[in-house]
Design a protein around this ligand. Sequence first.
Ligand code: IVH
Length: 676
Amino acid sequence: MNSQEAQQKIATLTNELNQHNYNYYVLDNPTISDYEFDKLLEELMDLEKRFPEFCLPTSPSQRVGGEVTKSFAAVTHKYPMLSLSNSYNEEDLVEFDRRVKEGLQLNTSDLFSANEVEYVCELKFDGLSIGLTYVDGKLVQAVTRGDGVQGDDVTTNAKTIKSIPLQLHGNFPKEFEIRGEIFLPKKVFENINKEREQNNEALLANPRNASSGTMKMQDSAVVAKRKLDCFLYFLLGNDVPYKNHFENLQAAKSWGFKISKDSTLCIGINEVINYIHYWDKERHSLPFEIDGIVIKVNQYNQQLQLGFTAKSPRWAIAYKFKAEQVSTLLENISYQVGRTGAITPVANLKPILLAGTTVKRASLHNADIIEKLDVRIGDTVFVEKGGEIIPKIIAVDFTKRNSDSEKTVYISNCPECNSFLQRKEGEALHYCLNENNCPPQVKGKIEHFVGRKAMNIDSLGAETIDQLYNAGLIKNIADLYDLKKEQLLPLERMAEKSAQNLIEGVEESKKIPFERVLFAIGIRHVGETTAKKMARNVKSLNKLITLTKEQLLEIDEVGETIAESVLNFFADTENKLLVERLAKAGLNFELSEEQLQNASEKLKGLSIVISGVFTKHSRDEYKTMIEQHGGKNSGSISGKTNYVLAGENMGPEKLKKAQSLGVKLLNEEEFLNLIS
Ligand code: IVH
């Protein structure tokens, strides 16, 4: 193929694929199979690789992501991104309608419909608001709300969202902004949490947090996998085609945007109220979360006449649904033991339908909450489901309490291993301290050990761990390395292939570097980052176990709690034995040759503060270098600071402080010379 043909083909494929994306993600009406789509995309990406000069900014290959944004640039909104005032009941809405009519000088006592206001009712999507700017039909910028005046430029991540068009079609204005909401469909959210549960990661509280968290991720390839979606609901610009909101929404739909089909034109507030009644019932059947309804005056001349308050437009209002509440019987209180030994009291309820799902359990959090609510077994309790997945008990219906009910006494022994529970001063939770023998804690430790960010043995999920533990084959993490295929084969659902995978996965894990092994062994309070810093600093486990508390405290990010936790861990003979067995099995307990080569002790004992913007390396890279060469990163300048690594635009306060304390400033070159 010559270059002219390639250019032509790239353009055709780009158009064709964008149309297919639109059919699939906006119209929900695909005309080719996923397989055919993937083939075409592969062909395009292959051509783009060979002829990168012809790759178009609207290419669907950008949706795959891959670009990493270290920090999102702040962008000032051309039109401030206001929020809406809220209403909670019919009276609030009638009052809103009255204010609108007053503002428009319509005769409020006139009952003829000529005096009724046209409103557009829309679903209030529960996600993250976004402003998209298009120039000549191409997406040029996507900015989050931020504080309403300034937001983050998240264009790279937004481009991975398939329902956001990269190239418009039809008769669109030359330049405009369109605003909408990025959200995660309920199903996708559930799947993410299922996966997180398997990987032993903390669950995401609700789809809204999940979508805003996703949009702030640095790696757009991860964002692309998250299957975010986006509805648009607000068009801004000087040459939009119509003089009212509703028609402009329909026009935007024809250019390729995903506009909700449930947006409706209502005449007068009564029709609005009917719309709200309908969705209050039906909202649970939607495939995404909404937290209310948005009501907007349709005609722009009326919007103009009504204007804005300091915070929100006078021509629109949000109606918030009440968090649904039901009352039901508290049948029992049970206590769960987590991986860390933390005890969570759980209310077991008589099953009841709430917000579209059957609720059987609610968290009671801790002993103090039980005491404060005075909940007792046999009580009728009020249960509420807000935006969170786990329902809450709000209160007891004391009018229904039995006269013979007994005050709840919090358990004193672990429900799993019967050891005595402890509650430290000032802490809300009770703990079981029998960490090496209490079954859920042992299994939890093993799950943590095999997790993706630890030893990454993905052939070993929570279920298999349960099975191996119950069969007595593993009682701790070191036992994994003694497993034999013959022991696995008799187990239920364990085929030859899965047994083989498991053994191979365990074997493969011996290559995992020291810093991750250190994280995997599960020293309380030693997270991924701390483990990394400790590993780089001490270079081997043998060294780590000789350190005193003072020496531990010298390591970056290690404070009192962590230092004590490390000392306690290695003071325990059982833990020492475990680590010895792991070392014998061949796990990495020191830094690799390569990691050692990049390291020195040139900055040993020096405390360095990084400030400003750099050109040769990123801030994180400099932080790593400081650690690798034995130095300590410090957040603020003090008498103990030895150097400030100063980039461009170092804050004036910091500069003054450094000068007054006589701390030497190093620029990038000077720093690199120091360690070279
Ligand atoms: S219109 C000036 N329409 O709710 C009008 N907002 O406090 C601006 N939202 O920040 C907003 N669905 O993130 C509008 N159909 C909808 C909406 C909607 C959700 C969000 C939006 C905004 C907040 C209002």
